[in-house]
Design a binder for this molecule. Structure first.
Ligand code: MN
Length: 217
């Protein structure tokens, strides 16, 4: 039951009779060193932001990144931790209804696998969940848009409202000086839809959720 408790905050904030967001299955027992998944969603809530999520210990560790990830190592992007999300949230696109927590349209801007590169001072690997606890995680992304090394480092607070992290691109062959993605024009890596298209489809009653081709089971 400990795994379900990780999602207590997630469940407490949502009424699943009113939102099409996933309720969250029980996490599969894994974490055997194989590649885990990451997702970056764009969320047009009261304030537009990106949600950066890394799979660890059967949930998605999550940060809200107001300006979105950058592939320029000089851009240090503020990342505010948010509650752990269920793994199946990585496929979620749709419009969260007015009046509900996080109301607004969501698209999957990027997704793929990542490898944990976090090591302690002696060079021994540190599991992601432990690295997050300690305040520094280093990883390599293999997404459609985001590639190469990144790090997330806690810079302020711990477990409180003021807690803040920085998401920074590491200097490698994938580093560049691209301008920040424009969230209103950006297209989903899963469906090709924009936020506006997702919102319009929901308003037209075409169902609040776009299902990805990963759906299957
Ligand atoms: Mn969000």
């Amino acid at each position: 039951m400990a795994d379900r408790d990780k999602l207590a905050d997630y469940h407490r904030r949502r009424d699943f009779a009113r939102t099409r967001e996933p309720e969250g299955r029980a996490p599969a027992a894994q974490d055997g060193g194989e590649e885990a998944s990451f997702v970056v969603q764009i969320h047009d809530a009261s304030t537009m932001h990106f949600d950066f999520r890394l799979e660890a210990d059967g949930v998605l560790k999550s940060w809200a990144v107001p300006k979105g990830p950058s592939d320029d190592p000089h851009d240090k992007r503020l990342a505010m931790p948010t509650e752990d999300h269920p793994l199946d949230y990585r496929d979620f696109e749709g419009a969260i209804a007015e009046g509900e927590y996080g109301a607004g349209a969501v698209i999957v801007w990027d997704e793929g696998g990542y490898r944990n590169l976090t090591a302690d001072r002696r060079g021994r690997p540190v599991p992601v969940a432990e690295a997050v606890e300690k305040g520094h995680v280093s990883f390599r992304l293999d997404g459609h848009k985001l590639r190469g090394g990144y790090s997330l480092t806690r810079i302020r607070g711990r477990g409180g409202e003021r807690e803040a992290w920085l998401l920074v691109k590491r200097t490698d062959a994938y580093a560049s000086r691209h301008v920040a993605p424009d969230p209103r024009r950006a297209r989903s890596a899963l469906s090709g839809h924009t936020l506006g298209q997702v919102r319009a489809a929901a308003e037209a009653g075409e169902g609040a959720t776009w299902h990805s081709d990963r759906g299957g089971a």
